[in-house]
Ligand binder design. Structure first.
Ligand code: ADP
Length: 300
């Protein structure tokens, strides 16, 4: 097969691992810088051009689109889709997953476990917003934050009001969420590939830190998921329409709760913690799907 990995940097661990796994399985692989692609969208024969030449037809693409380039990155992925190339994570699903609020709304509609969450733009009653998610302590999150930046724990209603007012003064969109204390500063990262949890790890925040992000000094270890946790992760991936994603769960007294579904999950932390070949699983899944996609398009 001919596979393209859409990634801005071939040196990144996840990009390298996917490249190696595809090569090892005997495929032709190119790493393509998404932002260097340009497209002809006017003709009835959609193409993608790159460094002055038309790109060949790929059987499959693996989009690794950073949060800061979602708009253009998903447009490039969509162009490949229009050319009949199999895309492991469809562009619409990536766009959907990048909007935290929209994701939570979709997950809640399908009854996936979530922390109680409120969202508001300019509420005249901040006290009620806090009360509505169960009162302090609450977690306040910037909608556009990543890697734990812009995630604040407010212990008291007074502190929560001040933080909410401050964020709103900056015209930032925020979520107000019930604090799941019993998670103990830990969360579960479940790596889903093709409707299976292929690896899972528990991330524990550093001493005195409620955020478990590895970038914030958290540590990771292998974890055995309960049936409910596995089902919740798979359900979340399905609702989001993602074949390859990371689902972050909190262990709460009321069962597993989804915090986030990530459409470009990093492989470094999870492969190091579990010693599993996640990249290999991604390629295996693509082999099955791209073949089915090719035979469908010749039939059609
Ligand atoms: P980001 O997407 O920036 O990583 P998250 O929403 O995943 O932000 O939050 C960062 C970390 O903070 C999580 O990994 C988790 O450990 C902790 N956390 C987030 N929300 C809650 C919550 N409602 N209750 C308890 N801990 C939380």
């Amino acid at each position: 097969m001919k596979i393209a990995i859409l990634s801005r940097n071939p040196k990144l661990y996840s990009t390298r691992r996917l490249y190696e796994a595809a090569k090892q399985a005997g495929h032709e692989v190119d790493v393509i810088d998404t932002l260097q692609c340009y497209m002809d969208i006017t003709s009835s024969r959609p193409t993608v051009r790159y460094h002055g030449e038309e790109l060949p037809r790929y059987d499959a693409i693996i989009p690794r689109i950073g949060a800061s380039v979602t708009f253009y990155g998903t447009a490039v992925a969509r162009q490949f889709e229009m050319m009949g190339t199999y895309n492991i994570n469809e562009s619409v699903a990536i766009s959907r997953s990048r909007d935290k609020l929209r994701s939570l709304q979709l997950l809640s509609r399908k009854g996936v476990g979530l922390p109680r969450t409120g969202f508001a733009s300019k509420p005249d009653n901040i006290k009620d917003l806090i009360k509505n998610v169960g009162g302090a302590p609450v977690v306040i999150k910037l909608l556009e934050g990543t890697q734990g930046i812009g995630v604040v724990l407010a212990d008291t209603a007074k502190a929560a009001e001040s933080v909410i007012e401050a964020f709103m003064g900056l015209k930032a969109n925020i979520l107000v969420q019930e604090f799941i204390k019993e998670a103990g500063g830990a969360d579960l990262r479940c790596l889903v590939v093709g409707g299976k949890v292929v690896a899972a790890m528990k991330r524990q925040g550093a001493e005195g830190e409620f955020r478990s992000n590895l970038h914030r000094g958290g540590s990771a270890e292998v974890v055995k998921l309960s049936k409910a946790e596995r089902e919740t992760a798979l359900n979340a991936a399905k609702v989001m329409g993602l074949n390859f994603c990371g689902v972050d769960l909190l262990r709460s007294a009321n069962g597993p709760m989804v915090m986030e579904v990530n459409s470009s999950p990093g492989l470094e932390g999870i492969e190091r913690a579990t010693k599993l070949d996640v990249a290999g699983k991604v390629i295996e899944f693509i082999e099955k799907k791209a073949k089915a996609n090719a035979s469908n398009s010749t039939k059609g």
